[in-house]
Design a protein around this ligand. Structure first.
Ligand code: 5GW
Ligand code: MN
Length: 370
């Protein structure tokens, strides 16, 4: 009976004309009306409210007020206004995963970020609404200042475009930091630090410096820290898809390997010791990050382990990288970046690598390190 009614309706020309002309108009009108920013009915109020907070947050002394506001009950009501705008994108398909050639999730439910697994428009909306501020820390000690220019120029093209970014350049040669034109909402902060005679110490002391500045400065200025090598160039998109409480990156030389083959520190006397029957992945020392809280925990703990080793006259095989790997064994990262995010062209370009986002700049080892 229900079916008959439908057939009758469709057979009636008046109904058909009505449907063809009027219904698309109604649909168009409603889309047009709502497609701007949001479905939120009280949008003008909530926007002005949020704007006021953002402005105050930019003045360091006002931070206290903002923190108080966040604890205040009215902040909870403010949260109710936050939602995604309507968006057009292809549907995720339960029975048709975008990638079948690689692992996209760890057994502890941390996503592994590969090209094709994320929708950057959704993520950008989410992080924009949080007004996220990102700090990119990089060390350029002695001759490594020559890498800063290309690093910054390519970061402007590919790193967190459209978001707020502070570049924290830690160097013993502040005068050699080049002037690079930056987009709005982005700035370079030069932090003068001492140099160390041994390159192993230059590399390892990064943990100490990041933890010190996290406590003194970064916690006031940014939400997330991204800590990377400077002898690199960005060559494709690196955005908010990498952000999570604490994240590491699969080392380009070991992402296919067995745990026994990883170059973990194998001497039990070292704080970085990992047994042959342990370990999930081999993480690269040149790309990790997370919230300032989590990066403080990581760098502080790695620095302490390095100092304990030093007191015991032992130095881990791959220095800070060995300690990073030990930390991630006991504190699983909440997100993992594929080697797209730290590639070296001397490894070739395997089929599984659809993008090379952050790539090592070839260096003359003899010239740059002496
Ligand atoms: C110098 C000699 C040997 C190894 C490292 C250095 C060195 C490293 C240096 O003189 N100055 C310096 O700032 N670094 C920092 O440590 C850079 O941020 C560099 O990207 C990072 C790690 O050292 P790399 O990049 O030479 O290590 P690999 O394993 O990527 O080649
Ligand atoms: Mn490097």
């Amino acid at each position: 009976m229900y079916t008959n009614q439908r057939i009758n309706a469709l057979g009636n020309r008046k109904y058909l004309a009505f449907s063809l002309v009027f219904l698309p108009f109604v649909f168009w009108l409603s889309w047009y009306t709502y497609s701007g920013n949001s479905w939120t009915p009280s949008l003008p109020f909530s926007c002005r409210f949020q704007y006021a907070i953002e402005k105050r947050e930019e003045i360091p002394e006002e931070r206290k007020y903002v923190d108080h506001f966040r604890k205040d009950g009215s902040y909870l009501d403010h949260l109710l206004e936050i939602r995604l705008p309507r968006m057009n994108y292809s549907q995720p398909e339960t029975m048709n995963p975008p990638r079948r050639d690689i692992l996209v999730m760890t057994p502890w439910f941390a996503p592994i970020v590969w090209d094709g697994t994320f929708n950057i428009d959704i993520l950008n909306q989410q992080f924009k609404q949080r007004n996220v501020r990102i700090g990119l820390t990089v060390f350029a000690i002695k001759k490594y200042v020559v890498f800063i220019q290309l690093f910054l120029e390519t970061a402007e093209k590919f790193f967190m475009v459209g978001h707020k970014v502070n570049y924290y350049i830690m160097t013993d040669r502040p005068k050699d930091v080049p002037n690079v034109t930056l987009a709005e909402g982005r700035k370079v902060v030069v932090l003068e630090i001492q140099s160390y005679a041994r390159w192993q110490d230059v590399s390892m002391r990064r943990m100490e410096m990041i933890s010190l500045f996290a406590k003194e400065q970064f916690i006031q200025e940014v939400d997330f820290l991204v800590c990377v090598d400077v002898d690199m160039r960005f060559s494709d998109h690196v955005g908010v898809e990498i952000l999570s409480d604490i994240f590491g990156t699969l080392h380009p030389a070991f992402y296919r390997g067995q745990r026994q083959q990883f170059t973990y520190e194998r001497r039990p006397a070292s704080q970085a010791y990992i047994a042959y029957i342990e370990g999930d992945f081999y993480y690269a020392g040149g790309f990790f990050g997370g919230t300032v809280d989590e990066v403080y925990k990581l760098t502080n703990q790695c620095h302490n382990a390095i100092m304990t080793d030093k007191a015991n006259s032992i130095e881990a095989l791959w220095h800070d990288e060995s300690h990073l790997n030990k930390y991630f064994l006991n504190h699983k990262p909440t997100k993992i970046l594929s080697p797209e995010y730290l590639w070296d062209n001397s490894m070739g370009v395997p089929e599984v690598l659809r993008k090379r986002r952050f790539v090592a700049v070839p260096k003359n080892h003899v010239q740059i390190r002496n």
